[in-house]
Structures are given as structure tokens and as C-alpha cells.
Design a protein around this ligand. Structure first.
Ligand code: ASP
Ligand code: MG
Length: 614
């Protein structure tokens, strides 16, 4: 007999009829021989309605009272669902988060789960009852037993945490869409349902998937190896399995508070190639990485930043063994790339560096926690390590440093983030087969191989900022990003330029990054105030940008994946303003006006609509 945790979102319990339909499904699951714990959200848009009421009274309501208010929504739906089950003859009992013992930190409106008591849940299950638990809420570990909530969308997190604590066979997330799609179907009508996706891919697609599945839920699933499936509550379709590699054994204490960073990774087998002062026009990256891919060379990090002039710098890393060949390719096409352009700051050139290493911090905990990147930079600065190149993604910050600094950097980062180091794995995560582990009424069918690109995401809500002429010495990136973190501003893509400019005898570099549009103004103000003191130049903002990203664990083994993305853009004369990558993600910033077309072109270029490979 399997133990299954089912979670139903707001629309799935949006009316009496819907609640009755949910009860039917729960009863069927029980009749198939399973024990069931159900986690529910508040009915329909109840939570939004409560927030609105609060805002009519105060623009900044007290956070404790907010929790008191918002937690009522789920209390309604658990009672109704439990009644509906009992009406069908199914013994059931509803429990609030406090009654279960979902113990959280005392941070109102954004509490993280510390532990979940299982005694009462287990007792009722043993009695043959379905236990219906209120999602999104918990109780503080303090003497006052305050009601807390986990943050909007938090009932996914409740469900996965409960499944983990109970060591359930798997957790089903029932929602109003059929699963996770290859991209946003409103922008790309032929977006396809994925049969499965890894947790890491899901986290990198946070901007695409966050509405379907709370990233914190994915993080718990990954850390504890809990199989998850996202399915429609309207149909019997199989949905999308969200799979994780075999987890390390972890304590259930501090369930969610683990660390913002899961691991410190490093790779000393890296060498860097930079192309300086190549023209800023469509097709340059496509041409370069197309040639590199034609030589079957696998690139790892790629960055391209922005500059004052009409030229860009592109830098990438390859294994040390591939350096000679990569350099030859870059030098060979440099003249062709640079035709018809005048160079106010000098001729285009190729520069290589062999004695470098990559260190990275990775972890879903950095989503929504401003300051993790800044903490990495300041740790490196304190250790006297200069950062040569920075590339970030949703759940990873990678820095290229001198190889000689690598051991020191790793030791310092492991100490700061309280984790152990691991070499950067170039193996894709082992392919779990939930169906052999967990015989279920709905058997997942894992794909036979991992595709290079699983999904494509577009983010139209970002703005780009650039800080010019930052003195090139340890600690500058740390100071700048700490200023933003202090304002609770989450920074997304961060790219440090390759190009140096010597001003009054001081070598300087530019750093560009993106932030949510609503944070752009404050970010700009804060930096403008600090720039003169820190010896930096002007701050430039561009709100007319779009970020488009491809994500897939298979790209690690598929030379040319990035090139294919760049080519899709070049073929339609879309200029790439910035590039940043992680192992399983490539993101490009383009003009906002090109965003939707860029998404469509890239989705088509990877045949994600299900058409056969050409
Ligand atoms: N009801 C809460 C919200 O609307 C929690 C959830 O639905 O996941 O954010
Ligand atoms: Mg939700």
C-alpha cells in the first residue's frame, strides 16, 4: 500500500462542485489501495480577496495580522473537502497547520518550514482516515505559537514537505493546467507538455514554472528525492514528472532552512578565450559559436556584456585541452567578424588565459534571497581573490578566478556557506525511474534520453543596469551587490566585462546585471549615490529589454546548443546584448521589442513543438 500526498490548488477547489470532484478523485485513490493525505489551497481567489481587504485598511498591514487573516482561506477549504469526503462514506479529518505540527520560523508572511510532526498524521492514517491538511500555513517554534504563512503559492511547499516528512511514495500537485509546458502557451501556441523534467531544470526555469510549482517545493523535492508529478485536476492525463537525482541522506530537522547554497563547485580544467572589440551586431555570437561547435568543441561558460562603443567583448571557457583549437577558431574568424567597423578603442583581438579555474555556488535557496551573490563576492574578496569573470543563472553563481587562488577560494566559500565542496559534475543527473520505485495508477514514462533543451523562457519584466569603470580589485563586486541586497533587491543575470579601461592609472571594468523592473529605480539611485565614493563611473539603465533562456541538462554533452540558439536569433537579425550561462542554461538579453519573436524562434529551433529533427 502506497502513501500518496495530493495537493489541490485554488481553482481545483474553487467551488462546491469542484470540491466534490476532488473528493471523488481522493476516494478513487483510496479505493486503489493507497493511504492519502490531501493538502489544499484556499478556494479560488480567496487569498487575493483577503489581501485586498487588508490593503483597504492599510497600505502596509502588520505582517502578523496578515498571517492571521490569510491562513483563514485554507481553513475553509479543508473543512469543506473533509465534509465532502465524509458524505461519500470516506472517513476523513481536516487539520490546520498548527494541529499537524508544521513548525516554522517566526518570520511572518514568509516563514520557512523547520520540521513537521508526523504522529498525528500517522495516527489518523492508521485509523483509515484521509487527512486533509491546510496548505500555506504553519505554527512558529516560539512559545507564543504564532500562526505563520509560507509566502504566496506556499501550499505546494506544504505538500512536498509533508510528503517528505511522511516518506510518502510520491506527491501529486493537481492544478488547472495539464502539467509543465516547453514554454508559455500564450506566446507560443504550439508549446508542448513535457513528460518529465529534472528538479534542477525546473529551478532554472523558475520564471516559466514558478506559477505552476513553487520553487521552494522543487527545492525540497530535490534535496530529499521526493518524486513529484504536476497534473490537471480536470482530466486523467499523466501530467509532468519532476524528477530528482538520488538524494544524499539528510536530516529532516531544518527541512527548509538548510542553506541558501547547497554546494560549492569547482573546475580547474578550464581555460578562457576572450574576443575583444567585436562588432555589436546580429550574428556575431552565432558565427563564433557555430564554428566552435563545428569543431566539436564543448564550451562551458559564455558571457557577453555591454559597452559604451559599438563593439562587444565575448568570452567563453573550454577545457584546457581544447584551448589551442578554440583559440585557432576564434583567431581565424576574427577578421570576418570585424569587417566594416571602425574601432575607436582599438582593433579586435583574441586573448587567452590558461591558468584559470571556475568556482560556483549552487542552490535553490538563493531564489528570493538577495545577497547570496554578494556574499560570495565578499567571501572571495576577503580571501584576496580577484574575480575575472562572473556569470549567473537563477540558481547558480559562477566566477572565473586565477587557478592559483582556487584552493583558497573553495575553502573560504565552503566556510561561508557551510557546505562541502564537490567537483563540477559533467555527468547528467542519474535518470530516476519513479515508476519502478512507486507502482502507481498513473505510471510515468521517462524519456529515453535527456534532450539538450527542455524548455524556453521569456522574462519581459527585467531592466538592465550597467556600472561603468569599476576599479578592478577584489571587493568591488561585493560592495556593489551588498548595497543592492541591503535594499532587498534580487539581482538576476550578473556579467562582468572582459574589457579593461585604464583611467587615471587605475584598471577598470564594467559590470552589467538585470533586476526586476520594479527594483530598477531604487537600484539605480543606490548605485548612483555610492559610485563616486567607490571610484566607479556612471550608472546606465535600460528598461526596454527582454531575457530569453534555454534550459536543459542534456546541453552539457551537446556541443553547439548555445550556437543553435544564437543562430536562431541571427537568422532574424535579432541583436544579442548580453549572454550569461550556467551548465544547464543559456540566457540572452535582447531588445524588449524582439522578446516574443525571439522566444518563438528559439522554441522552433529546438523542435520543442514536437516536430522531428531535420
Ligand atoms: N492560498 C495561498 C495563495 O494564494 C497559498 C497557495 O495557494 O498556494 O498564495
Ligand atoms: Mg499554486
Amino acid at each position: 500500500m502506497a502513501l500518496i500526498v495530493q495537493k489541490y490548488g485554488g481553482t481545483s477547489v474553487g467551488s462546491v462542485e469542484r470540491i466534490q470532484a476532488v473528493a471523488q478523485r481522493v476516494v478513487q485513490t483510496v479505493e486503489a489501495g493507497n493511504s492519502v493525505v490531501v493538502v489544499v489551497s484556499a478556494m479560488g481567489k480567496t487569498t487575493d480577496g483577503l489581501v485586498k481587504l487588508a490593503n483597504e485598511i492599510s497600505p502596509h498591514p502588520n505582517r502578523r495580522e496578515m498571517d492571521m487573516l490569510l491562513s483563514t482561506g485554507e481553513q475553509v477549504s479543508i473543512a469543506l473537502l473533509s465534509m465532502a469526503l465524509q458524505t461519500l462514506g470516506q472517513p476523513a479529518i481536516s487539520l490546520t497547520g498548527a494541529q499537524v505540527g508544521i513548525v516554522t520560523e517566526a518570520e511572518h508572511t514568509r516563514a520557512r518550514i523547520l520540521r513537521i510532526k508526523t504522529e498525528r498524521l500517522e495516527r489518523h492514517l492508521k485509523e483509515g482516515k484521509v487527512v486533509v491538511v491546510a496548505g500555506f500555513q504553519g505554527i512558529s517554534a516560539t512559545d507564543d505559537l504564532e500562526i505563520t504563512t509560507l509566502g504566496r503559492g506556499g501550499s505546494d511547499t506544504s505538500a512536498v514537505a509533508i510528503a517528505t516528512a511522511l516518506q510518502a511514495s510520491f506527491c501529486e500537485i493537481y492544478t488547472d493546467v495539464s502539467g509543465i509546458l516547453t514554454t508559455d502557451p500564450r506566446l507560443v501556441p504550439d508549446a508542448q507538455l513535457m513528460a518529465e523534467i529534472t528538479c534542477d531544470e525546473m529551478l532554472e526555469l523558475a520564471s516559466l514554472g514558478a506559477k505552476v510549482l513553487h520553487p521552494r517545493a522543487v527545492e525540497i523535492a530535490r534535496n530529499y528525492g521526493m518524486p513529484l508529478v504536476v497534473r490537471s485536476s480536470w482530466t486523467d492525463e499523466p501530467g509532468t514528472w519532476v524528477v530528482s537525482p538520488a538524494p544524499q541522506v539528510r536530516s529532516l530537522e531544518g527541512l527548509e532552512l538548510v542553506h541558501p547554497v547547497d554546494g560549492v563547485e569547482f573546475d580547474t580544467d578550464q581555460a578562457k578565450v576572450s574576443l575583444l572589440r567585436v562588432p555589436d551586431r546580429p550574428g556575431v555570437a552565432a558565427r563564433l559559436f557555430g564554428e566552435i561547435a563545428a569543431q566539436r568543441l564543448n564550451v562551458d561558460l559564455i558571457i557577453q556584456s555591454i559597452h559604451e562603443s559599438n563593439t562587444n567583448d565575448i568570452a567563453f571557457t573550454v577545457t584546457k585541452q581544447s584551448l589551442k583549437q578554440a583559440e585557432a577558431v576564434a583567431s581565424a574568424i576574427l577578421p570576418a567578424l570585424s569587417t566594416g567597423i571602425t574601432h575607436p578603442d582599438g582593433e579586435a583581438e583574441v586573448m587567452v588565459e590558461q591558468q584559470i579555474a571556475k568556482v560556483a555556488i549552487a542552490g535553490a535557496g538563493m531564489i528570493g534571497r538577495p545577497g547570496v551573490a554578494a556574499q560570495m563576492f565578499s567571501t572571495l574578496a576577503t580571501a584576496g581573490v580577484n574575480i575575472r569573470m562572473i556569470s549567473t543563472s537563477e540558481v547558480k553563481v559562477s566566477c572565473v578566478i586565477d587557478e592559483a587562488d582556487c584552493d583558497r577560494a573553495i575553502a573560504a566559500l565552503c566556510a561561508t556557506f557551510n557546505v562541502s565542496k564537490s567537483t563540477v559534475s559533467d555527468q547528467p543527473s542519474p535518470h530516476p525511474t519513479p515508476h519502478t520505485l512507486h507502482p502507481t495508477p498513473h505510471t510515468p514514462h521517462p524519456a529515453p534520453h535527456t534532450p539538450p533543451v527542455r524548455g524556453v523562457a521569456l522574462d519581459l519584466n527585467q531592466a538592465r543596469l550597467a556600472i561603468r569603470h569599476i576599479p578592478d580589485r577584489p571587493g568591488m563586486a561585493a560592495e556593489l551587490f551588498q548595497l543592492l541586497a541591503a535594499q532587498q533587491i534580487s539581482v538576476d543575470m550578473i556579467i562582468q566585462s572582459q574589457r579593461c579601461r585604464v583611467i587615471n592609472g587605475i584598471t577598470t571594468r564594467d559590470i552589467a546585471f538585470t533586476v526586476g523592473q520594479m527594483d530598477a529605480e531604487v537600484a539605480c539611485e543606490v548605485l548612483k549615490q555610492a559610485a563616486p565614493k567607490l571610484g566607479c563611473g556612471e550608472i546606465v539603465v535600460d528598461r526596454e529589454i527582454a531575457k530569453v533562456s534555454i534550459v536543459g541538462s542534456g546541453m552539457v554533452h551537446q556541443p553547439g546548443t548555445a550556437a543553435r540558439m544564437f543562430e536562431a536569433l541571427a537568422d532574424h537579425q535579432i541583436n544579442i546584448q548580453m549572454i550569461a550561462t550556467s551548465e544547464i542554461k543559456v540566457s540572452c538579453v535582447v531588445a524588449k521589442a524582439d522578446g516574443i519573436q525571439a522566444l518563438q524562434l528559439i522554441h522552433a529551433a529546438f523542435n520543442l513543438a514536437g516536430k522531428p529533427e531535420p
